[in-house]
Design a protein around this ligand. Sequence first.
Ligand code: KG4
Ligand code: ZN
Length: 403
Amino acid sequence: MGSGLILGIESSCDETAAAVVERGTLTRSSIVASQIATHAPYGGVVPELASREHLRNIVPITRAALEQAGCGLGDLDAVAVTHGPGLAGALLVGITYAKGLAFAQGIPLIAVNHLEGHIHAVLLAAGQQGPGTREQDELPMPALALVVSGGHTHLFLARPPVAGVEIGAWQYTLIGRTLDDAAGEAFDKVAKLLGLGYPGGPWIDYLAQFGDPKAVPFGFAQIKDKAHLQGNGQIARTKGARTAPIADLDRHFLFSFSGIKTAVLRYVEVHGMRAVCEARQRALAAMAHPTWQDAQALCDRQTLDLIASFQHAVVGDLLRKTFAAAEAVGAASVLVTGGVAANRELRVRFTAEAAERGLPVAFPTLALSTDNAAMIAAAAWPRFLGREFAGLGLEADPRLTLA
Ligand code: KG4
Ligand code: ZN
């Protein structure tokens, strides 16, 4: 083994990313090419366009990552790539390229689950100060991890290999997940409905500060009977990455975000706000580079209150179920990760709740919250140590589950 340099490649959705991470803890480089501008006019990710952009970006992005890391292909010890869950065509671009690099260099290929990558983003963020200061060592384990993004809302119990006894990948147990939309998807859909920018999360995050979070009392009904939703022992019939068996899960840790999206829609209709939302969408679309402040100027009090109330309700639901699950499974800490973990209100309220319960909570840096390749290279490190390598027959697995 050389100096423990792993090149990570991520192309599961709408970011093409490459990064070099040393020994799973030291980020030597992390480059992300966002496709936001490509998909923004459609208000969502268009799979065919995503694949095309990945193809266009993967080589220059990887080159830039190596250059920033100050190393060449010959210095790498392994190539790690996301093999699922995600968009099939998008995943394929990264996998094919990673295979080619690994084969040409004669180094191992490591397959990483995108969700595992998000969990390791938290550990990587905590470990960047250097050896001995890793919060990973300080964060008591096992941890209850909330992975909350545009594609996922999952609760996992994460456990590292027992030092000196085990070697290889961490172990994950699925504790809860959404039955329908992901939380980030709800942010995106509500933002679109209100005529705000894409992706919606950061716009809502900014605007929510100016509204009254108690103005509209959105509620989340307790999920009563999951058997009628999915059929006992069945695989949930939801889209893509959300597929996972739910029969064994405690219903208290199941999420559902499609209802609140409909409730916001109904509020807009009932209060005659539809035309104003459409006008706001046109006004922002006409600007070259609309900012959050531009959007704020186009929002009246009622809209800001609606935004703040929506966010408050979603964060509250995530918070209650996450801490209830942490207590139920005896987790020693809480990790929150994925795009929605960038949300300000979420960070403030999770931090306060954790302090009250005396339970440590950790988040990734903002850059590591959304999709990136450093988290993929970091997650690959334990697998590298355990020699858990993928063959060159590795395929994309759009519905890959963790645990
Ligand atoms: O992890 P990510 O980059 O991609 C997926 O794996 O989905 O997450 C993107 C999602 C989007 O739905 C976006 O609206 C949401 O994360 N997001 C936020 C914030 N920043 C990004 N949601 C709420 N508040 C934010 N500050
Ligand atoms: Zn993600």
